[in-house]
Design a protein around this ligand. Structure first.
Ligand code: KIV
Length: 282
């Protein structure tokens, strides 16, 4: 069994140019599969709002939901670095609330780190959480919790001026003490510049191939999430098709009587059937 990696291992991997592998996970079985596949880190993302609960976005997700799912993932992947994602309004309104909710991921779900969205404007929260002794991953570029302000789920930093704003956010996150950062949906040129400029490991979800590691939403990567597919997604399986196909076969076999067969039934202990028939006739 591979040893669980720490944030120091991720710094070392950045130095050596070894890519960090990163997926989301929301439940026990998926976490088991991910650990068996050798993932370096797992994010219990608030994307579970869409991928598990069927909400149209991440905004309705609350802390308790995140803790329940993080706890399940922790049990499924005991030897993998697990990051809990701070949901909307669990850190924005005050530093105290941010520290308290970040701490819940460690105390109640044994997470190794937390992630939160925002750059310059969320730097005080990052600093406060880091000062409480918690490993923080920043998240900038397209930040889904504030997609209303961004005019939707749109790529960021596509002009020189907005790319500079993304770089300023990245610097603010590092300066506030975050030990890792995630860049979402920005051009590869900007991802490359930030990766080369920052000392901390830089993860990408739609930020090009130059970053220190790559993240995908597991429900996208295995072809489970149906509502939409962002440009940065590559599907490695078609679980929706496989599972729907299996369910259709089941429905057909139950309807025709093909299932269950004798091999799916429990035999009575020898001699008990006769006694049973006598008993029920009394
Ligand atoms: O919740 C999540 O899975 C995320 C990714 C979109 C980066 O934050």
């Amino acid at each position: 069994m591979a040893k669980k990696k720490s944030v120091l291992d991720f710094y070392e991997m950045k130095k050596k140019g070894e890519k960090i592998t990163f997926l989301t996970a929301y439940d026990f079985p998926t976490a088991q599969f991910a650990e068996a596949a050798g993932l370096d880190m797992l994010l219990v993302g608030d994307s579970l709002g869409m991928c598990v609960y069927g909400y149209s976005g991440t905004v309705p997700v609350v802390m308790d939901q995140m803790i329940f799912h993080a706890d399940a993932v922790r049990r499924g992947a005991p030897n993998t670095f697990v990051i809990g994602d701070m949901p909307f309004m669990s850190y924005q309104s005050s530093l105290e609330k941010a520290v308290e909710n970040a701490g819940r991921f460690l105390k109640e779900a044994e997470c190794d780190a937390i992630k939160l969205e925002g750059g310059v404007r969320i730097a005080p929260q990052i600093k406060a959480i880091v000062e409480a002794g918690i490993v923080v991953m920043g998240h900038i570029g397209l930040t889904p919790q504030s997609s209303g302000q961004l005019g939707g789920h749109k790529a960021q930093g596509r002009t020189a001026k907005t790319a500079r704003l993304v770089v300023q956010d990245a610097l603010a996150v590092q300066q506030a003490g975050a030990q890792m950062i995630l860049l979402e949906a920005i051009p590869p040129e900007v991802g490359k510049y930030i990766t080369e400029t920052l000392d901390i490991p830089v993860l990408s979800i739609g930020a090009g191939p130059h970053c220190d590691g790559q993240l995908l939403i597991v429900s996208d990567a295995i072809g489970q999430f149906q509502a939409f597919t962002p440009k940065f997604v590559k599907k490695y399986a078609n679980v929706a098709e496989t599972v729907t196909g299996a369910m259709k076969d089941y429905v057909a076999e139950v309807r025709t009587g093909e299932f269950p067969k004798a091999e799916h039934c429990y035999n009575m202990i020898a001699g008990e059937e006769e006694k049973f028939l006598k008993l029920i006739k009394k």
